[in-house]
Design a protein. Structure first.
Length: 479
């Protein structure tokens, strides 16, 4: 992330409430009501607010609308007007997260992974891995560090065999449909000006070697039973983090040349189906994203943009969509700050963030670390972060963040292959997004960052009355 826009900037809502703490042996056990087919005319309701965490509310029933006039507090749904297809939701298997997973007992880890990844639970299915070290690692490492080695004779993924690859294999056993995006925070130091993984910039003379580095990584991971479905050429292309952590500057022309003349052709020549996503940085680089997609050589190999939300706004994704309507948008990083007083209760802020991404053509949402300890560790970088869950370094107690509860309202009910459909209604401090799953089930997620208020849902000639609690996320599902 950018030094000028810390992850703390991402959390600007004041909220109060109960901590979402729970021990490993007391993980949430949700029934299937939220995802089962609703009866005729019935709407199942799940709520997270100051006293509840994704808990069922009284079922609503559609009724005939008594008037065609729309009130100012109406939310109007049109399932016939559909938009982008949804790939899924998830978070990152950083080196730090996987190290913490390895410190859990086998039973505790199995329970946590079931909660995270099983389709009947949180159902996380689009996750990120790091190609070498990120700032959330136990150490700075690449797969070929040392003196220049253009032929990559020294290449090895041995570091990842201890706990990273086992975690990924275990997660895929729980959810065979797990989609993985892999991203480098830095090439090997010898490929860069300055010779270090910390900061600096890529040197063009090593483009060919670096494309082979990607190929070797993908082949090695596949051989370990961990196929990777997408890569980006660099995490956060527009910052070197002042040399404080693994990072690398990639100019726009560098990424264009690398993708169209090296990485794309190498993957194609070797029969690798892994997709290439571009940018992997903030909304405010939307102009760069358009220019890269304008290049026909790039478009031969890449048609997706990876976004971070630390600078700019989600509407900038729509600017890229307007210029390239067939391009795909993915949100690939954002996490809570463990030092924030609302770490465990900021679900409404995250609900608003996720809604904005989906309403601006996002097809997937991937948070940052799946897990960190109570001090945001392991961490070799300068930024304070928390995990989707916290695993206490001594007691191994697991507590859940506000972001976790926000994900529950999206990932537990919106399925891969769903399509967003039209929802309209300008209600102050209320955000909403609607999707239809492949089986025809409709899902509406409403985030209310203000006080308790009534809302009327309208869909064709039908209506339903709903009360939104203050500082809440409400998810409704029906067929």
């Amino acid at each position: 992330m950018s030094a000028a826009h810390t992850r703390r900037d991402f959390l600007r809502i004041s909220a109060a409430g109960l901590a979402a703490g729970a021990a490993t042996d007391a993980l949430p056990a949700w029934d299937s009501a939220g995802s089962a087919n609703s009866g005729a005319g019935e709407i199942t309701v799940r709520v997270t607010d100051e006293t509840r965490r994704f808990e069922p509310e009284q079922t609503l029933v559609w009724r005939q609308r008594s008037s065609k006039n729309l009130s100012g507090e109406s939310l109007v749904l049109d399932p016939e007007k559909k938009f982008q297809e949804i790939l899924g939701f998830g978070a990152a298997f950083t080196d730090a997260s996987c190290y913490l997973f390895s410190q859990l007992s086998a039973d505790s880890r199995r329970q946590l992974f079931h909660e995270f990844f099983h389709p009947t639970e949180l159902g996380l299915n689009v996750c990120r891995t790091c190609i070498g070290a990120s700032d959330y690692s136990t150490e700075a490492y690449s797969f070929d560090e040392g003196e220049p080695d253009p032929e990559l004779k020294r290449f090895s993924i041995d570091h990842d065999r201890a706990y990273l690859l086992p975690s990924l294999r275990e997660a895929r056993q729980v959810n065979p449909d797990l989609f993985l995006l892999s991203t480098p925070w830095s090439p090997p130091g010898w490929m860069k000006a300055g010779g270090s993984m910390l900061g600096g910039s890529m040197r063009k003379k090593y483009f060919a070697s670096y494309a082979q580095y990607f190929l070797k990584f993908l082949q090695a991971y596949a051989a370990e039973g961990v196929p990777v479905q997408a890569v980006t050429s660099q995490n956060e292309v527009d910052t070197d983090q002042d040399g404080r952590m693994p990072a690398c500057l990639w100019g726009q022309e560098y990424e264009i040349e690398f993708v169209k003349l090296h990485l794309g052709p190498v993957l194609k020549a070797n029969g690798i189906s892994t997709k290439i996503w571009l940018l992997d940085h903030n909304y405010n680089l939307w102009g760069r994203a358009i220019c890269e997609l304008d290049d026909p050589g790039v478009r031969e190999y890449a048609n997706s943009i990876a976004w971070h939300g630390y600078a700019g706004g989600a509407s900038m994704m729509s600017k890229v969509h307007d210029a390239h309507p067939d391009a795909k948008m993915h949100w690939t990083e954002g996490g809570p700050d463990y030092t924030s007083p609302v770490y465990a209760t900021d679900w409404a802020q995250w609900g608003r963030t996720f809604t904005e991404v989906l309403r601006n053509w996002g097809q997937s949402i991937t948070g940052w670390n799946l897990a960190l300890d109570e001090q945001g560790r392991p961490n070799i970088g300068p930024f304070p972060c928390g995990g989707l869950v916290t695993i206490h370094s001594q007691t191994k107690e697991i507590t859940r963040s506000g972001q976790y509860w926000a994900f529950a309202h999206f990932s537990r009910l919106i399925r891969r292959g769903a399509h967003r459909f039209e929802s309209q209604g300008i209600l102050a401090n209320v955000d909403h997004v609607a999707c239809e799953n492949p089986d025809g089930q409709k899902v509406l997620v409403i985030t209310n960052t203000a006080a308790t208020r009534p809302v009327v849902l309208q869909m064709g000639a039908m209506a339903a009355d709903l009360t939104l609690p203050g500082n809440s996320i409400t998810t409704l599902a029906w067929k």
